[in-house]
Design a protein around this ligand. Structure first.
Ligand code: ARG
Ligand code: ASP
Length: 723
């Protein structure tokens, strides 16, 4: 009952309030002092804004990095030791794994610096400083400019600003729009390129619960892995070299063994990728009712086929584990997101916001004259845009999920080079092919192809069918149903597309030359023609339209955002996530997933043992871990005889926040963020303080695994432990 009133208040605050949202928000580090620090301190934070972001002294931002291309990581020693998630280090761990050294299955622990493994292509990126460059970027930009003219001018300014900021240094410079282009920030970044694998628990710990437990609370995943930054002898970023030495950072996180209690202040500092909190009801309606259901349907079909094949054959399980994880991750997220949006009545709430804005606009005739078109235009545009958006989703989710299509796109890239292709191009496609075939099962691809072709045909829309589907026409005269026709088509497709066979491909690529019969041989395959026709549909019928409408929508969004901010000058708005460094703060907290049930804020090793089931792949607990559990040998990492594993808090996070440090009121590391709860996955579109929780690994579990499970105590010794 009390909860319900709280919820109502929260909603009312969301609609009318002049203040900061309870726990909602991904804040800009540079602006904490202005907007957040007072509120943060009120919620328990004991440090200052400069302790998080400063350009004058070492601050937390110097210990947080973009890990690879889509995760966050943080430094935990003065020798460049990084902790991030197991699922963030997964591809590196996998790339070092073979049958003889199966690090995914058995884990990997470097017992000395020398045993640490380099990772080709893996980088980490630190933020050196950021700067508001709105005035420079928008100089000369006017409201009546066309979107194209505006974009051109902005690009010109951005190019110049980047050049200037990059002069005389080796930094990477980025400029990104905020609030739909109402504001721009410049980022100066330092990229390190010699990043070595230091440690990873077995997948049975690091991925415990697998895709079954993914997006769920209560959770028992030991989702962490360890890496180390190496630098040249001047402590500067350098390509891999044997002579490189562990990087000496200006800041790293001390690690706390004190654990967390309900209500404790938590801060997450990391790189959230993308949120859309300020969408209109039209957009939310489209996502919830048109796009998500189709995405879910397509992925469901892929998942059914993959999981049946993986269940049957352990070799296929290995080949498809990573692909399956990728497909199922957002499939599950979208299901949760839609449930959450419906539960929150998100569309109606957005309509309410729009009504209020309309009232505000109509308070003054000149506003009505200038902005009266805004919401009606949204309505019109979304109606026209939806079929194209749906077709685009089908192109990406269905066509692009066919492995044969992805492979063909590489070959098509080679053909596009004409006779200008080089040995390097051939080498790179060979390298790609080797990886591709290593994890390829033709039968699985055929099944998925058959299913997706049909789904596309039935759902993507009449106007977006490729020419190659004309083969269906004669069939229809013979009373042969579409499914049979597509199956026949698929059989011919796979039989005649010779390069989908590793041996044939290798043989062929050795002889390849442009303008010869080898080129023609590709062009004659159904694989190539299928790809070609679809790309044609995509460019001529889909993209031209989605581009046209998104251009208009961008313009409307920019104005809508600006007006929302003008209409409520007391409210502090946070910009949507755009993979720049952000601060989310909240508290350790329980939640009620449904009536009569309250979820505890932490889990323990006992729960791992409870889930243990040698018959279910996701729940096989390693014998050594069971032994440690039996002995209750937790050392200083336990709490009252229990080994805490994960905890939840109310930090507003999203994809990209994986691996982010979870920091206590004193600036010490207490956890590593890795997921959200299913009931809260709509937070990318609408945050609900009652339901949204981020899931973190309790740092003590990581230390216990490093120290007691793996016996790599040198790693714990190099950390600064706060007991
Ligand atoms: N849901 C988490 C995130 O979005 C973890 C994904 C990796 N784990 C998995 N079982 N697929 O990235
Ligand atoms: N698991 C996500 C990630 O990898 C985090 C999230 O979506 O909450 O970034």
């Amino acid at each position: 009952m009390i909860k319900r009133t709280l919820f109502l208040t929260a909603v009312l605050t969301l609609l009318f309030a002049p203040v900061l949202q309870a726990h909602e928000g991904m804040w800009i580090p540079m602006l904490l002092k202005k907007y957040n620090i007072a509120d943060m301190q009120k919620k328990g934070f004991k440090l200052t804004a400069e302790d998080i972001y400063s350009i004058n002294k070492a601050s937390m931002k110097d210990a947080v990095m973009i890990f690879g291309g889509g995760c966050t990581g943080e430094l935990i020693s003065d020798r460049g030791l990084i902790i991030t998630n197991h699922h963030c280090g997964y591809s590196s761990i996998q790339s070092h794994s073979s049958l003889e050294h199966d690090y995914l299955t058995h884990g990997f622990w470097a017992m000395s610096d020398k045993e640490e493994l380099p990772n080709d292509g893996l980088t980490v990126t630190f933020l050196v400083r950021m700067e508001d460059v709105t005035a420079q970027v928008l100089k000369g930009v006017t409201d009546d400019m066309s979107e194209d003219a505006r974009n051109r001018l902005i690009e010109e300014h951005i190019k110049k600003l980047k050049e200037k900021a990059g002069e005389g240094n080796n930094f990477q410079i980025k400029i990104k729009p905020f609030f739909y282009g109402n504001q721009y920030f410049l980022f100066v970044e330092n990229v390190f390129k010699d990043i070595r694998l230091v440690g990873a628990p077995p997948s049975a710990i690091g991925k415990f619960g697998g895709d079954t437990d993914n997006w769920m609370w209560p959770r028992h995943t030991g989702d962490f892995s360890l890496f180390r930054i190496y630098a040249d002898k001047n402590n500067q970023p350098a390509e891999y070299s044997e002579d490189n030495v562990p990087y000496k950072p200006i800041k790293y996180f001390p690690v706390s063994l004190k654990g967390v209690k309900k209500g404790d202040f938590t801060l997450v500092l990391g790189y959230p990728g993308r949120t859309e909190e300020y969408l209109t009801s039209y957009a939310v309606n489209m996502i919830q009712n048109k796009i998500n259901p189709e995405r879910i349907k397509v992925r469901q079909s892929i998942i059914d086929i993959m999981s049946a094949d993986m269940e049957k054959d352990p070799a296929i399980r290995i080949k498809y584990a990573s692909k399956y994880a990728r497909v199922s991750n957002y499939w599950k997220k979208w299901i949760g997101e839609n449930n959450g949006l419906k539960r929150l009545n998100a569309v109606a709430k957005k309509q309410e916001t729009e009504k209020q804005l309309t009232d505000w606009i109509n308070e003054k005739p000149d506003r009505t004259a200038k902005y009266g078109h805004l919401l009606p235009e949204y309505k019109r545009i979304y109606k026209a845009y939806t079929p194209y958006k749906l077709a685009e989703e089908y192109f990406y989710e269905a066509v692009w999920s066919m492995e044969s299509v992805k492979f063909t796109s590489k070959l098509a890239g080679l053909l596009r080079k004409g006779d200008k292709f080089t040995d390097k191009d051939i080498e790179s496609i060979k390298k790609y092919a080797k990886k591709f075939f290593k994890n390829y099962n033709r039968e699985t691809d055929i099944k998925i192809f058959k299913s997706l072709v049909k789904l596309y045909y039935e759902n993507a829309g009449k106007d977006f069918q490729p020419e190659i589907f004309n083969f269906l026409e004669p069939f229809s005269h013979f009373d042969i149903d579409d499914e049979t026709a597509f199956n026949l088509f698929a059989d011919v497709y796979f039989a005649k597309t010779f390069y989908l066979n590793e041996e044939k491909f290798n043989d062929f690529i050795e002889k390849y030359s442009y303008g010869s019969e080898t080129e023609q041989k590709i062009k004659d395959t159904p694989g190539y023609n299928f790809f070609y026709d679809f790309v044609n549909v995509y460019y001529t019928k889909i993209l031209v339209n989605t581009d046209k409408y998104t251009n208009r929508i961008n313009r409307l969004n920019r104005l809508y955002m600006k007006l929302l901010m003008q209409a409520d000058t007391n409210k502090v708005f946070y910009p949507d996530a755009n993979f720049t460094l952000r601060v989310a703060y909240g508290n350790v907290d329980t939640y009620e997933p449904k009536d009569g049930v309250e979820y505890e804020y932490f889990t323990t090793l006992k729960g791992v043992i409870e889930k243990d089931n040698p018959k279910i792949y996701d729940y096989k607990v390693p014998a050594r871990l069971k032994e440690l559990y039996e002995k209750k040998d937790y050392g200083r990492y336990g709490e009252n005889g229990k080994m805490h594993v994960c905890f939840i808090a109310s930090n507003h996070t999203t994809g990209g926040n994986s691996g982010s440090p979870v920091i206590n009121a004193n600036g010490e590391l207490i956890g590593v963020n890795f997921d959200r709860n299913w009931e809260g996955t709509m937070s990318d579109i609408m945050y609900d303080p009652d339901m949204c929780r981020n899931i973190s690994l309790d740092i003590r579990y990581a230390l216990f695994l490093i120290d007691k499970f793996a016996g790599d105590s040198r790693l714990v010794d190099e950390m600064t432990i706060v007991e």
